[in-house]
Ligand binder design. Structure first.
Ligand SMILES: *Cc1c(COP(=O)(O)O)cnc(C)c1O
Length: 382
């Protein structure tokens, strides 16, 4: 059998061929009118996806670089902050805040659990001196999404800013920055933005810019004021990742031609199809509030979850993702974000069924998950 590689992970995600090919074009110099034109087009395109009138800044970093940028540009030593830790990435907010000596109050949830806007309102009432609330749009380690709209309503009535990690979620699930009163929104290039890893994006509301003016945490490479000053000259403070920005221009064209609304609907259909598929073979979802970005599925009793992921990858070349530490093997993650289509879901489900049989789990009708997903896809693809 020819071993064809199927990338079904929630980052990095597949990149369209038309986007891959522009990376092979000769490098152009970044301090030129030609590059500035591309750079400004990408900046505008990002504003469209962020749904904001504020500027979006492009950093040469992975998503975590934008998370760190959010922290160090808005806060000062000793500031009190709240982080919502619903998994690996929510946990990262706490780790960054503590690294910078912030007085960090952390809400720790069981992986897959939800946190309501009422619960957040309660925390804010108990801690009126909070400077910032850090949360996650799509917790990629669990497949759960949070009520960012509700959080925005609650935080807007306080002095605090709402900082949202939109890495993986933005571009796949609704998150209009201005309408939902998000103060800082960050994301990365290798999840829903259909390009390789290496770029991170960040935007600040007017409320957040006021904190930027007062912020005293140390910063240099990620000093957002340097980016703001350079954007006026249609450039970046440091050498930008030229090829990736050119790729992002191409990928944003795909997104704009499709339209954000259609793109979100596409993800809704893929999410519905995946959930229908795994439920049809008796498997359970991890997330209480599952998003349309990826689906985390509990490993059925009697099956070794690590072996399941390994078999899917090595025998069937279906590169789904294992759960992350400390929950490795307890569940696995099927991605459906970015440049993925309905047949990627069919591939994942088909490989999953065959793997389950290989591992001795046969409490289902072969093909049942594929049939259930096909039904959703056929009805969705009108
Ligand atoms: C991938 C991811 C990150 C980390 O991004 P890197 O690009 O690996 O630095 C952070 N948050 C979420 C929600 C993610 O999905």
């Amino acid at each position: 059998m020819i071993k064809k590689y199927y990338l079904l992970s929630p980052g990095p995600t597949p990149v369209p061929e038309t986007v891959l090919s522009v990376a092979a074009e000769p490098i152009i110099h970044h301090r030129t009118p030609e590059f500035s034109k591309i750079f400004m087009e990408v900046t505008e395109g990002l504003k469209y996806v962020f749904q904001t009138k504020e500027d979006v800044y492009i950093l040469a970093a992975s998503g975590t670089g934008a998370m760190e940028t959010a922290v160090i540009n808005t806060l000062s030593p000793g500031d009190k902050v709240l982080t919502i830790n619903g998994g690996k990435f929510g946990e990262r907010w706490g780790n960054i805040c503590r690294a910078y000596g912030l007085d960090t109050r952390e809400i720790v949830l069981n992986w897959g659990d939800d946190f309501s806007k009422e619960q957040l309102a309660e925390e804010l009432k108990k801690n009126p001196d909070l400077k910032a609330v850090f949360t996650t749009l799509s917790e990629t380690s669990t497949g759960a999404i949070f009520d960012i709209k509700g959080f925005g309503e609650v935080v807007a009535g306080t002095e605090a800013i709402l900082v949202v990690d939109g890495i993986s979620g933005l571009g796949a699930t609704a998150c209009p920055m201005d309408e939902w009163k998000i103060d800082v929104l960050v994301t990365g290039s290798q999840k829903s933005f259909m390009i390789p890893p290496g770029l991170a994006y960040i935007a600040f509301s007017q409320k957040a810019w006021k904190l930027v003016e007062k912020s005293k945490l140390p910063k240099f490479y990620f000093d957002i004021k340097k980016y703001r000053k350079n954007l006026e000259k249609q450039t970046t403070p440091w050498t930008p990742a030229v090829s990736l920005i050119i790729q992002q221009k191409k990928a944003l064209e795909i997104i704009k031609n499709m339209g954000l609304e259609n793109l979100l609907k596409h993800h809704q259909i893929l999410g519905d199809a995946t959930r229908a598929g795994v439920k049809a073979i008796g498997l359970e979802l991890l997330a209480k509030r599952p998003g349309n970005i990826l689906t985390a599925v509990k490993t059925p009793a009697g099956v070794d979850g690590n072996k399941l992921v390994k078999t899917m990858q090595s025998k069937y070349m279906a590169y789904i993702s294992n759960a992350q530490d400390p929950h490795k093997g307890e569940f696995f993650r099927i991605a459906h974000l970015g440049y993925m289509g309905g047949f990627d879901i069919i591939t994942a489900l088909s490989a999953l069924e065959m793997t389950l049989l290989d591992l001795g789990y046969d409490k289902f009708q072969l093909g049942a998950s594929v049939a259930a997903a096909e039904k959703v896809l056929r009805e969705g693809w009108q």
